[in-house]
Design a protein around this ligand. Structure first.
Ligand code: SD4
Length: 327
C-alpha cells in the first residue's frame, strides 16, 4: 500500500502531529495542504509550550527573556521563510510563513522580525512566564559570578554569564555529559521539527524552538537555518534535526541526509551519515535527525542520549509513537 500522505515529527509531540495529520487529510481532492499542516502542527506545539522548549515561557536567556527561532521550507521550489531571535511574539512559525509568502527575503531576525510581524497583524506579548522567570532566577543564583562585562558595565543583569573561561576541555566534556543527562530527565532541549508529504509527493518541513537555555542574548541555533534545522526537496525527500544546535548548525545535518538520499542511500543510511559526520568531531554532541524519502520511507538516528522518540502518521496508522535507540 501507499505510505503517503504522511506527517512525521521529532520527540513525543503527539498533539502537533495529530493536528497536522488532520489538516493534511483534507488535501484529498487535490488541495495542497502540506504547508498548512506543518505550520499549524508546529503552532500547536508553540501554544502548548511543548516540553517547555517550543514557544513562549521556556529556555530563558541570560537576561531572563525567551526568544524564538522557526522556519518553514517548501520542497517544490526551495522557498524558505524563517525568523531567528524573535522577540515578544508567540507565533514564531506563523511569522516565518509570512516571511516566506509576503517577502522576497528568507530570514528576519530580532526586533526587525518583530516589527515585520506587527505589520502583518501579529500581537505582541511578553514571552516570560512565572515558570521561565523561576528557571532563570535559579540559574542566576547558581551561576552568577562577576565577569568581564561586570567591570565595564555595572548593570547587575549583565553580571552572570559563560564569558569567564574556567573549564578545561575535560571538565567541559563532563559538564556537557551531565547537562545531557539533565536534559533527558527534564526534557528541556527539544525542538519540534516536522515533515509533511502529500500523495503527490509535495513536501514541506518546519521547525520551531525557543533555543538553548541560558543562551547569550542574540544566540541563534540550527532550527531556523535551511539545511540545518530542516531541508525539503520534492525530488528526493526531507529531513529535520533536533539537539545541540550550536554544534549541528556547522554540519547542516538535514542537508547532509537529503543529499545522501539523492545519492541513492536509504533513509536509514542517510541519517547515519548525518549523525556520524557530527560525532566524528564532537563526542559531546547530543541530538537526532529524521529523514524521509519522497515515497514516505523514514528513519531516525540519534546520539548522546539513550533513545529518541518521534511521531508518525501515515495510512498504516495515525499518530504512532516510535523510538529509536541511539548510536
Ligand atoms: C537549538 N536545536 O536551538 C535547538 C534546540 C533543540 O532539541 O533542538 N533541542 O539548539
Amino acid at each position: 500500500g501507499s505510505l503517503l500522505p504522511m506527517v512525521i515529527n521529532t520527540w513525543n509531540f503527539r498533539d502537533a502531529n495529530a493536528l497536522a495529520w488532520r489538516i493534511l487529510k483534507q488535501s484529498e481532492g487535490g488541495l495542497r495542504q502540506t504547508r498548512n499542516a506543518v505550520v499549524e502542527g508546529c503552532t500547536k506545539c508553540e501554544q502548548m509550550q511543548c516540553d517547555g522548549t517550543v514557544g513562549y515561557g521556556g529556555s530563558p536567556d541570560e537576561l531572563g527573556d525567551t526568544t524564538l527561532d522557526a522556519m518553514v521550507m517548501d520542497g517544490s521550489n526551495m522557498d524558505v521563510g524563517a525568523v531567528a531571535g524573535l522577540i515578544g511574539i508567540k507565533d514564531a512559525i506563523r511569522v516565518a510563513r509570512f516571511v516566506l509568502e509576503r517577502t522576497s527575503h528568507t530570514m528576519l531576525v530580532g526586533q526587525g522580525a518583530t516589527n515585520f510581524a506587527v505589520a502583518m497583524g501579529f500581537r505582541t506579548d511578553s514571552l516570560v512566564t512565572p515558570e521561565s522567570r523561576a528557571m532563570w532566577q535559579e540559574w542566576k543564583a547558581e551561576n552568577c559570578q562577576p565577569n568581564f562585562w561586570h567591570n565595564v558595565n555595572p548593570d547587575p543583569k549583565l553580571s552572570c554569564g559563560p564569558y569567564v573561561p574556567k573549564a578545561t576541555p575535560l571538565t567541559r566534556w563532563k559538564e556537557d555529559r551531565a547537562r545531557t543527562e539533565y536534559k533527558m530527565g527534564q526534557q528541556h532541549h527539544d525542538t519540534i521539527g516536522m515533515i509533511a508529504i502529500d500523495v503527490d509527493h509535495h513536501i514541506h518541513t518546519g521547525t520551531s524552538t525557543n533555543g538553548a537555555r541560558n543562551k547569550i542574548p542574540g544566540r541563534v541555533g540550527d532550527s531556523p537555518i535551511a539545511g540545518a534545522g530542516s531541508y525539503a526537496d520534492n525530488e528526493v525527500g526531507a529531513a529535520v534535526a533536533t539537539g545541540d544546535g550550536d554544534i549541528m548548525m556547522r554540519f547542516l545535518p538535514s542537508l547532509l541526509a537529503v543529499e545522501a538520499m539523492r545519492a541513492g542511500k536509504t533513509p536509514e543510511a542517510a541519517v547515519d551519515v548525518a549523525i556520524r559526520r557530527i560525532i566524528n568531531y564532537h563526542k559531546d554532541f547530543s541530538g537526532a535527525v529524521i529523514a524521509v524519502n519522497r515515497l514516505g520511507n523514514y528513519a531516525a538516528a540519534c546520539y548522546g542520549m539513550p533513545e529518541f522518540p518521534f511521531v508518525v502518521s501515515s495510512p498504516a496508522q495515525a499518530v504512532l509513537v516510535k523510538t529509536v535507540k541511539c548510536l
